[in-house]
Every structure is written in C-alpha cells, then in structure tokens.
Design a protein around this ligand. Structure first.
Ligand code: ZN
Length: 150
C-alpha cells in the first residue's frame, strides 16, 4: 500500500472483489445463466442479460497484455516511486478479462523494483496480494515465467 494512494470507489458490486483480494483470492463475476466472466463487476451480464452471478475463483495466472512505465509528473504519492511499471494482464481463464496492476518480483517487494527491461508482452505473471496497512488490498502481478507466443 502506498501512502496517499488513490483507491477505487467501492459499491455493492465492486466491494466483494476487494474483500476476496484481502483474503488472497482473485475472484471474478461469472454469470450463473451463461457462464460468461465479466469485469469490472456490474449488476447484469452483457451477454445474456441475467442478473444472477457468482464470484468465481480464478487461478491467478495471466499474461502481460500491455504495460506502461510511469514517470513524473505524477501525484506526490507516486512521484517518489517512479519510474515503475504498470501492466494490463489478461487472465488465463479468459483473455478478454484484463486487470491493471503493478508488476513485482514478489508480493512484498517494492513496485519500483521491476524495470521496463524486465517486462515483455505475453510474459507470464501470477496475481499476488501485497499486505495492506488499512485493510484495502490491490492485487499486483508477480513475474513468474517466460514470454509465451500469442
Ligand atoms: Zn450471461
């Protein structure tokens, strides 16, 4: 957790995602009618219109779909950590489900440890859950493997 970090606004649909993350679980909404995964969380399935869903446990495995290296000007809380890498990760279960997060070498490591030269598109990553000092956990992505062809 970064002091002064901007956090997502929670509502009845997004709060469970963060509650599961605080337990070390990556769960994504899954339609109970047609089985389609959806992110961000919302009340209705975009495929079939059903409002019935479950929070499906994911493997936590994914691949880097894209990434950026953050440089100043940034908000003060982030400026002192720059440069750092932020990735968009596609999930193994459904590559169209993409989550944004910091890239790390381990769950307790600093977010500015990973450099752009450590990252490639399609690199294998695993969701990790850095410790939070205020109970709010944002999943990060640990580099775990080699680049896989797309
Ligand atoms: Zn559906």
């Amino acid at each position: 957790m970064i002091e002064g970090q901007l956090l997502p606004e929670l509502n009845e649909f997004t709060e469970p995602f963060h509650e599961f993350a605080s337990r070390g679980e990556l769960r994504i909404q899954k339609c109970e009618s047609c089985g389609v995964l959806r992110m961000p969380p919302r009340p209705m399935c975009p495929a079939c219109g059903s409002t019935s869903f479950v929070w499906q446990l994911m493997s936590g495995r994914g691949r880097v779909w894209s990434y950026v290296v953050a440089h100043p000007p940034l908000l003060p809380a982030y400026a002192e950590l720059a440069p750092y890498v932020v990735a968009i990760v596609e999930l193994e279960e459904d590559p169209l489900i993409r989550l944004c997060g910091n890239l790390v070498f381990d769950s307790t490591g600093p977010i500015n440890e990973v450099q752009a030269s450590d990252v490639t598109i399609a690199q294998e990553v695993t969701a990790v859950f850095p410790p939070a000092d205020d109970g709010f956990v944002l999943p990060a992505w640990q580099i775990t493997g080699a680049t896989q062809p797309t």
